[in-house]
Ligand binder design. Structure first.
Ligand code: 0WD
Length: 256
C-alpha cells in the first residue's frame, strides 16, 4: 500500500499551461513513477502545452478535443498501440461560454447549457468508456469539481449545475465500472488562479473570502491537488470509489 506508481500508465486531460491543475497532477504522477500521456485541446494550445509536457522525461503529448468522438477514438487507439494498458485517467477539463458566467443564471441560454454539460460532464462518460477496456488490471479515473455544485456561488452559474451533474456522473460511473476494479472519484478543489478561473467574475474576491473563512485560514496550493491526484491514482486509495474528496482547506465544512 504505497503511492508508488512505477510501471503504471496514466493519461491526463486538461493541460492548458503551467498553472493548470492537470499539470500539477501530471507532475505528481510523474514523480511517483507513472509513465504519462498528456493531452491538450487544440493547435491554439499546442506550442505551450507541448513545451511543458515534453519537459517531463518520458511523457508524450497528444492532441484531443474531448467534444469530438472521433478524436477520442483516435487517441485511445493510439494509447492502446503505444502503452497496451492504462492504469489511471485524469479528467481536468471544463468549459462554459464566457457570457454564461457574466449574466444572471436565470438567463442561461439553451446552447450555453448544452456546451457546458457536453464538455464538462459528458466528456467524462466518453473518456471513461474509451479507457475502461485498456484498464485490464483495474484503474483509477479522477475528475475535478468545485463546491459551486452544492451551494450557490454567484456567477459560477451553469458551471455549478454542470459540476453537480459531474459529481452524480462520478457515482454512476463508479457503480458501472466497479466490477472491473476501476474506481472513479472527484477532487473538489478550493479556488486556484488558473486560465479557467479568469473567466469567473470577482475571482480575487472569492480567493480572499475562501482564505478568511477556511479553517486552515489560507487558500489551497495547486500541489496539494497534485498530491491528492497521486493518492487517488495509487493503491493507497484502493477502497475509495464514487467519492468527492475536498481539497479546499476545509472551506466546505463551514456554516458561517
Ligand atoms: O479554481 C479553480 N481553478 C478550480 C478548478 C477549482 C475547482 C475545480 N476546478 C476544475 C475546473 O472546473 C476544471 O474541471 O479543475 C479543472 C481544471 O481547471 P483549471 O486547471 O483551473 O483550468 P485550465 O488550466 O484552464 O484547464 C482547463 C482546460 C482548458 O483550458 P481553457 O481555459 O483554454 O478552456 O480544459 C481544457 C482546456 O485545455 N479544455 C478542453 N480539453 C479538451 N477538449 C476542452 C475540450 N473541448 N475544453 C476545455
Amino acid at each position: 500500500m504505497t503511492s508508488n506508481l512505477d510501471g503504471r500508465n496514466a493519461v491526463v486531460f486538461g493541460v492548458a499551461n503551467k498553472r493548470s491543475i492537470a499539470w500539477a497532477i501530471a507532475q505528481g504522477l510523474h514523480k511517483a513513477g507513472a509513465k504519462l500521456a498528456i493531452t491538450y485541446q487544440n493547435e491554439r494550445l499546442e506550442q505551450e502545452a507541448k513545451d511543458l509536457i515534453l519537459s517531463l522525461p518520458g511523457a508524450e503529448a497528444f492532441m484531443c478535443d474531448v467534444s469530438k468522438d472521433e478524436e477520442i477514438d483516435q487517441l485511445f487507439g493510439e494509447l492502446k498501440r503505444r502503452y497496451g494498458k492504462l492504469h489511471a485517467l485524469v479528467h481536468s477539463v471544463a468549459f462554459a461560454p464566457a457570457e454564461e458566467l457574466k449574466v444572471d443564471f436565470v438567463n442561461t441560454t439553451r446552447e450555453g447549457f448544452r456546451i457546458a454539460h457536453d464538455i464538462s460532464v459528458y466528456s467524462l462518460v466518453s473518456l471513461a468508456r474509451a479507457a475502461a477496456p485498456l484498464m485490464e488490471d483495474g484503474g483509477s479515473i479522477i475528475t475535478m469539481t468545485y463546491y459551486g455544485a452544492e451551494r450557490v456561488v454567484p456567477r459560477y452559474n451553469v458551471m455549478g449545475v454542470a459540476k453537480a451533474a459531474l459529481e452524480c456522473t462520478v457515482r454512476y460511473l463508479a457503480y458501472d465500472l466497479g466490477k472491473h476494479n476501476i474506481r472513479v472519484n472527484a477532487i473538489s478543489a478550493g479556488p486556484i488562479k488558473t486560465l479557467a478561473a479568469r473567466g469567473i467574475s470577482d475571482f480575487s474576491e472569492m480567493l480572499k473570502a475562501h482564505a478568511e473563512r477556511a479553517p486552515l485560514k489560507r487558500n489551497v496550493d495547486v500541489n496539494e491537488i497534485g498530491a491528492t491526484g497521486v493518492f487517488l491514482a495509487s493503491d493507497a486509495s484502493s477502497g475509495i470509489t464514487g467519492e468527492v474528496i475536498y481539497v479546499d482547506c476545509g472551506y466546505n465544512i463551514m456554516g458561517f
